[in-house]
Each structure stands twice: as structure tokens, then as C-alpha cells.
Ligand binder design. Structure first.
Ligand code: MTE
Ligand code: LUZ
Ligand code: MOS
Length: 807
């Protein structure tokens, strides 16, 4: 099993390590050089803890875990109909297929048939009601994965369904008043309320807008491997952002207690929100099969099935009216947002809440009235995706400001700027949180200068004047993103730190690693606290039997929460070591210093491992737990007011594109980004997050289009052949990414800021640069009716529209 690593792969690993070091050198900032000089373990760039394993193929994902003898494989039989009732099944047909061991239905579930994470409205296997095309109706268990899939593929021959026409779009659901949750309303009146402010405003704008959904497209698909344990207990290896939730769902499905179910995840090959709740169905099915057959069962989805079964980012439809003044200041705004929730609630409630709490983005909106509806449709149940509704909320105000600028003939940057939150005034959000950490003015000012925005705007105008076919466009878009789960009690975390007698350290925490570098950051925090080399600290798999009752690794809070918990654990151990060292060597415990693998005590310098060995002999506890709960949060769900966020992360990007007005094709020529990660724990990892989120969000807003067949309700874009995600080749040739220098105002882990999701809003600048180029194609005489995603087709339609409007 431990085959030697192919030397060519090792070369790749070394090349990668070189690349990481060079990247770190390229972005080394003043703050980072200082951290280095002080021997700090945080605030410095270092490669991802598993980088070499990733590139050599040695990193273990669930499907790489050696299979136990007798392991069976599972595949799901899917509904070929989007809406209706299951009236009969002929599963003997499936049972008779080669290699099939069993076929399970809802009747085989010993506990509850539900995998809903917050609202319990989500059947694991069909309970008779057909809710969407692709819904799992039965599970085939076979000796091989191939046999299971071949049998499951015959679902349409085995199911008799009375079908009804599907409801597919948010507008259709809204017309029928069909929602998965009660509507939400958020109002704030400064000058008499939105309606009055709009009526009294010098100018008005009334329109609708549309943004599409987005598939997470994690490289590792959904997978669970369930292994029965003695006494009816269950172990599940699951690719999940939320092991505790998986534990609870499996326990309910099997009618077990939580202490009888253990869920483990070393790493995911990407999650992006898609494995926050939706890993649940697969964990449950594998566990139900393993429980019934008393054999290990693995369920690994094929990519097409992953598309057909799981949900993704919610598409949103907006209907708005705003009133504004001659400078473009928004005086009043009224907006209705309708999302496509799919067939069940899943996380649609918190997603809509976050959307409504991000409609303001970086702007002070004195009088607002917002209405959020989560439309119930016969489609996959939509879920978390990087940004979690934040991007969908914020893009609405960006669209409004871009249109206002075009109506007034102003540079959109100027209109954005006059609307920015103020400092000490004009600083209360619609949900009543006071913005006390506003850096948007400095940040945008710096980026405007470093990107040469004004000069390039002029150069683009000159270019466009002489170029009838190719048109260029530029846009600067800022972001403000609230950090914390908007469900208060989720903002807690635990960790365990073990120091072994040789001085090596193991850290375990409640967060999960999905490629974002969480384990790297947490290990850095522990190394820093104990004054040892990063290499002395190892992070292990997330495991419900080590840290209990964890939250999802989500809302970008992984490092904030688990970093603080691990720091708490490490600090307790350090204090015990210091007391022990002082007792042995003299001096005061407070004066003992831990740095560079050494411990200074009473004028002597000893190895960390020596102090540890001495402490063991003195019977000092060398391991500790740690805990953290974010302070100061409050939220009133009924009035939608309070302080849902501990702090805000900021950022801005300038993008320049060229559009071919004959084909609608376009290219991103240059992007300049300035992003606020506070005092970054690891600038190289954070820049990786910023670049990745930028390109991922660009895909959402441009090429990634989801199409459901209007009659059958079938998702027709269920593979990379028809659903186009960006690749490395879509990175712009000029890509300047910098981190903004400035500490978090709040006492976050080493004054850093969460970085996972906020930069997904940066590619708004790409969308609005395309919109700018389309506007140029119509001589800037009409506001482009451009929807997102701005596919070439959508761009071409918008060009046709602005040209005919311009006459
Ligand atoms: N980065 C990678 N490489 N892979 C991922 O799946 N998920 C994103 C972001 N960055 C993701 C990622 C999402 S949706 C979130 S919420 C955060 O990482 C979660 O991790 P964190 O809280 O530790 O930043
Ligand atoms: N809230 C939030 C949530 O802001 N982000 C999340 O990922 C989330 N997940 C579950 C519930 N609320
Ligand atoms: Mo991220 S969408 O909060 O998993």
C-alpha cells in the first residue's frame, strides 16, 4: 500500500514548494517582514500544510481510503419526472440485475426519513411525493460500483409516476405564492420610509434584474463510506464541511444516539458550501445500507448525478424602485428579491437573510424596504455557495448604482463613492448594526491610484472612439462583507491540543479542511503560541469523537473560530509549562518566554522539548481543550435587526475587458485587486483565496449557465460539456492582487480577517466592465439590459438592445 512516490511527482512537489516560496517572496509586505524578524509563526506566508501531498497525489481523500473486505457499493435510482406522485414501483427488475445485493427504499429507514439541516422537510429517499427530476427514489447496493450504477440507471423502467407540470422559476413560484419559508421583510426609515423618499426624490429608477445560480463543482464529488461498528454503532467517512450535522442526521436516520455515530473527514477536494448540508443525504444512504446489510458501504456520486441530485447557489430575481439625487445619492430604495430555493428549505432562510443584509454592500441607504421570498420550485434544493446570498444581495445595489450613473452620465465610480458609508455618520446599516470599522474610502482610494483607473478610463474612451467592432470597458467595484454566522449560536468552536513528551504537537479542532488552508492557519496559531517551528505541529482529521457539537466550516469563520479555540488550548498548556519551568529553574512564571523552539527561564535557555520532558516528569497535564464563542452578537429574527456580524471585511477590484460586438465574446485584459484580510495570518494562502474567489465568481457572472428544460424540468447543463466553469487560462494576463494593510479593529485571531467568501464579490467589476463595454457599443445612450450570467449570447442580446434604443 505504501508504494514509493513517483520521482516525477516529487519533482512537481518541489516545483510547487518553490512556486509557493516565490509567491510568498513576491507578496512579502512590510508587516510580513516584521513578523519574520520577530520569529512569529503567524503573519507569514507558508505553503498549505498538504501542498506536497496534493501535487504528488498522496493526499488521502475518501475514495483513497483502503476498502475493507466485503465493501459494497451504492448508487441512487433517480426520478425521471420533476413533479408528481409515485404510484407504483417494480424494484424486482432492479434486484435481478447482475451484482445487485439489495435495493432500499424509504421503508428501509429505521429512523426518520429526513436530511433537512434546519427545517425538517427534506426526505432522504422519496416518500411518495415526487419533488424534482433527479430526486433519489431508491438505493441500489451491489458488489461493484459499476453494477450498482448500471442497475440504478434503469430507474425509469421501475417507477410509475403520476406527473404534474413542474414549477421551475422563482417568478412562477412567486406568482403562485409558493415558498419554502415565510417571506422576510426588512425596513428602515430615516426620512419617512422608502415609498415617501422615492416619491420625493429628484430622480427615479424602476427595473428588474436577474442573476443565475452556480454549481459548486468541487473536484471531489459527494462521497460517504459507512462502516458498521460493534453493538450497532456506525463510523462514516464523509466528504463534508459539517461532520456534527452528518452525525446527527445519521443518528436520526438509524434511530441511534449521537454517541453511537462517529463521522470523520481528513479533507475535502473542495466544498464551496456544497458540502455544508448536502453531504447529508449520501451519508445517510450509505449508513442506512451499511446498517441493514451489516457491511461497509460506499456511495460515491458520478458528476452528472451530483448535478442532478444536489442543489447549488440560489438564482435571484429582483424587482426594484429607487429614488436618487443629482449626484446619484440613493435616497430611497424598495426591493423585492425572489430566490429559487428548490423543493425544500435547506439553508434558503439564512441565505435570504444574508442577501438582505448585503443589499447595502458598502453604501448607506437611508430609507429602504426589502422583501425576501424563497420560491419553492420543482428543482434541486439550493444551498450554500461561497458568499451565501451575500453576493446575490450586493449585486442588486451595484446594478442600481451602475444604472444611476448611466442615467446621470457620470462615472459609476463617482456615484458609488458618494453613497459610501460614512465614518461616525451615515454609518448605520438597514438592520441597525453600526459600521465602526469602515475602510472603504482608503481602500478604494488606494486601488483607484494603483490601478491608474482614471487614465485608463480616458484611454478606453479614446480606443472605443476608433474601434467600431471591439469595445473596451472598465469598472471598479467595492465590497463590504459581514463576518459571523447569521445564526448566533453557530458562532462557537472547540479544539484539542496534545503535546507529546518528545515536544511534538498534535492539534485537532472542529473545522474542516477543504483546500482553504484552515489547518495551516490553525497549526500556525498553535506554533506561535508555543514558540515552536511550524513543522512541530500536525493537524489531524476532523472527527466528531474528538471535538463535539461543532458548527459547519462555513460563513468564512473557520480560522476565526477554530484559530481562537486552538489558541485557547495552546495558551493553557504554555501557562502550565511556564509554571513548571519557573518552579524548577527559578524566576517568575510570567517571565518565561517561548520562542524559536527554545524556552527562556530565569536567564537560562532550554529546548522546548526539554521543558516538555521535565513537565511530564513533574506530572503536568500536557494536553488541553480550548473553546471560543464570538462576543457581542445579537439578532432579532422578527424585526431583522441587531448585530449579526462581529466585523466586516472589505475589498475592491478594477477590471478591464474587451468585448467583440459581433460575437459577444470577451476577454478580461487586466484585474487589480486590493483586499482586506486584516493582519493576514498567512498572506500567501489569503492571496490564493482572493485569486480563487475572483475567478470562481467571474465564472458565476459570465460563463456558468444553468438551464432546466421548461417542460420536463430536467437540468440540461449537468456536466462540464454544457456547464462552463473558468480555467487557469481565464486568468487575466495582468493580475495584480494585493492585501490591504490594516489590522482588524476587533480582537479577532491575531487581528486577521476572514477571507474565504468576501472576495467572491470582487468579480462584480468584471460584470460591470462588460456592461460598460456594452454601453459603449450603444454610444452610452441606453442603459444595457444585461443579465447575469453575461454569456456571449446575453452580451449580444444586450448590444442589440442598446443599439436599437440608441437608434
Ligand atoms: N477554498 C478552497 N480551496 N476550497 C473550498 O471549498 N470554500 C469556501 C472558502 N474557500 C473553499 C475555499 C467557502 S464557501 C468558505 S465558507 C470558506 O472557504 C470556509 O473556510 P474558512 O472559514 O476556513 O475560510
Ligand atoms: N449563516 C451564514 C448560516 O451566514 N453562513 C452560513 O454558512 C450558514 N450556514 C448555516 C446557517 N446559517
Ligand atoms: Mo461557505 S458558502 O459558508 O460554505
Amino acid at each position: 500500500m505504501n508504494k514509493p512516490i513517483d520521482p516525477r511527482l516529487l519533482q512537481n512537489a518541489e516545483a510547487f514548494a518553490d512556486y509557493a516560496t516565490n509567491t510568498a517572496a513576491r507578496i512579502d509586505t512590510g508587516a510580513e517582514a516584521k513578523a519574520h524578524a520577530q520569529g512569529a509563526r503567524v503573519g507569514i506566508s507558508r505553503p498549505h500544510e498538504s501542498a506536497a501531498l496534493h501535487v504528488s497525489g498522496e493526499a488521502t481523500y475518501i475514495d483513497d481510503i483502503p476498502e475493507l473486505a466485503g465493501t459494497l457499493h451504492c448508487a441512487l435510482g433517480l426520478s425521471p419526472v420533476a413533479n408528481g406522485r409515485l404510484t407504483a414501483t417494480s424494484l424486482d427488475l432492479i434486484r435481478a440485475m447482475p451484482g445487485v445485493v439489495d435495493v432500499l427504499t424509504a421503508a428501509d429507514i429505521p429512523g426518520s426519513n429526513d436530511c433537512g439541516s434546519i427545517v425538517h422537510d427534506d426526505p432522504i429517499l422519496c416518500d411518495g411525493e415526487i419533488r424534482f427530476l433527479g430526486q433519489p427514489v431508491f438505493a441500489v447496493v451491489a458488489r461493484t460500483r459499476d453494477a450498482a450504477r448500471r442497475a440504478a440507471a434503469r430507474a425509469k423502467d421501475a417507477l410509475t409516476i403520476e406527473s404534474a407540470p413542474p414549477v421551475l422559476t422563482p417568478q412562477q413560484a412567486h406568482e403562485k405564492g409558493q415558498y419554502v419559508l415565510p417571506p422576510m421583510h426588512l425596513e428602515r426609515a430615516t426620512n419617512g420610509g422608502a415609498k415617501a423618499a422615492i416619491a420625493a426624490a429628484p430622480h427615479r429608477l424602476k427595473s428588474t434584474f436577474d442573476v443565475g445560480g452556480q454549481e459548486q463543482f468541487y473536484l471531489e464529488g459527494q462521497i460517504s463510506y459507512a462502516i458498521p461498528k460493534e453493538g450497532g454503532a456506525m463510523l462514516v467517512h464523509c466528504s463534508t464541511q459539517h461532520p456534527s450535522e452528518m452525525q446527527h442526521l445519521v443518528a436520526h436516520a438509524l434511530h441511534l444516539h449521537a454517541n453511537e455515530v462517529q463521522v470523520e473527514c481528513r479533507r475535502m477536494g473542495g466544498g464551496f458550501g456544497g458540502k455544508e448540508s448536502q453531504s447529508g443525504l449520501f451519508a445517510c444512504v450509505a449508513a442506512i445500507a451499511a446498517h441493514k446489510l451489516k457491511k461497509p458501504v460506499k456511495l460515491r456520486l458520478d458528476r452528472d448525478d451530483d448535478f442532478m441530485i444536489t442543489g447549488r447557489r440560489h438564482c435571484f430575481w429582483y424587482d426594484y424602485e429607487v429614488g436618487y439625487d443629482d449626484e446619484g445619492r440613493v435616497l430611497g430604495a424598495e426591493i423585492t428579491m425572489v430566490s429559487r430555493a428548490g423543493h425544500s428549505a435547506d439553508l434558503s432562510g439564512p441565505v435570504m437573510t444574508r442577501a438582505m443584509c448585503h443589499f447595502d454592500n458598502a453604501y448607506w441607504l437611508p430609507d429602504v424596504s426589502m422583501h425576501g421570498y424563497s420560491g419553492k420550485t420543482n428543482t434541486q434544493s439550493n444551498t450554500a455557495f461561497r458568499g451565501f446570498g451575500g453576493p446575490q444581495g450586493a449585486i442588486a445595489i451595484e446594478n442600481i448604482l451602475d444604472s444611476i450613473a448611466r442615467q446621470l452620465g457620470k462615472d459609476p465610480l463617482d456615484v458609488r463613492r458618494v453613497n459610501f458609508y460614512g465614518k461616525g455618520e451615515r454609518n448605520v446599516t438597514p438592520y441597525q448594526q453600526v459600521v465602526t470599522d469602515n475602510v472603504v474610502h482608503e481602500l478604494v482610494g488606494q486601488l483607484e491610484a494603483s490601478s491608474d483607473y482614471r487614465a485608463r478610463r480616458e484611454a478606453i474612451e479614446a480606443f472605443n472612439a476608433g474601434s467600431p467592432v471591439l469595445k473596451r470597458g472598465i469598472a471598479l467595484a467595492p465590497l463590504k462583507f459581514g463576518i459571523s454566522f447569521n445564526v448566533k449560536h453557530f458562532n462557537q468552536a472547540g479544539a484539542l491540543v496534545h503535546v507529546y513528551t518528545d515536544g511534538s504537537i498534535l492539534v485537532n479542532h472542529g473545522g474542516t479542511e477543504m483546500g482553504q488552508g484552515l489547518n495551516t492557519k490553525v497549526a500556525q496559531v498553535v506554533a506561535h503560541e508555543l514558540g515552536v517551528k511550524f513543522e512541530c505541529v500536525r493537524a489531524t482529521a476532523t472527527d466528531t469523537s474528538k471535538v463535539a457539537n461543532t458548527s459547519a466550516t462555513a460563513a468564512s469563520t473557520g480560522a476565526d473560530l477554530n484559530g481562537k479555540a486552538a489558541q485557547d488550548a495552546a495558551r493553557q498548556i504554555r501557562e502550565r509549562l511556564a509554571a513548571c519551568a519557573a518552579a524548577r529553574h527559578g524566576g517568575k512564571a510570567e517571565d518565561v518566554r517561548f520562542a524559536n523552539d527554545k524556552v527562556e527561564v530565569n536567564g537560562r535557555t532550554l529546548d522546548f522539548s526539554t521543558i516538555v520532558a521535565e513537565a511530564y516528569m513533574d506530572r503536568v497535564q500536557l494536553w488541553s481543550d480550548g473553546f471560543y464563542a464570538t462576543p457581542g452578537l445579537s439578532w432579532d429574527r422578527d424585526t431583522m435587526t441587531g448585530r449579526p456580524f462581529y466585523y466586516y471585511a472589505y475589498g475592491a477590484a478594477v477590471s478591464e475587458v474587451v468585448v467583440d460586438t459581433l460575437t459577444g465574446e470577451w476577454k478580461l485584459l487586466r484585474a487589480d485587486i486590493l483586499h482586506d484580510a486584516g493582519r493576514s495570518l498567512n498572506p500567501a494562502v489569503d492571496i490564493g483565496q482572493v485569486e480563487g474567489a475572483f475567478i470562481q465568481g467571474m465564472g458565476w457572472l459570465t460563463t456558468e449557465e444553468l438551464v432546466w428544460h421548461p417542460k420536463s424540468g430536467m437540468l440540461t447543463t449537468h456536466a462540464p460539456s454544457t456547464y462552463k466553469i473558468p480555467t487557469a487560462n481565464d486568468c487575466p494576463p495582468v493580475f495584480n492582487v494585493q492585501l490591504f494593510e490594516g489590522d482588524n479593529f476587533e480582537d479577532s485571531i491575531h487581528r486577521s480577517k476572514a477571507v474565504g467568501e468576501p472576495p467572491l464579490l470582487l468579480p462584480f467589476s468584471v460584470f460591470y466592465a462588460i456592461r460598460d463595454a456594452v454601453s459603449a457599443a450603444g454610444e452610452h445612450r441606453a442603459d444595457p439590459p444585461l443579465r447575469a450570467p453575461a454569456t456571449s449570447e446575453a452580451i449580444l442580446n444586450a448590444i442589440t438592445a442598446v443599439r436599437s434604443a440608441a437608434g
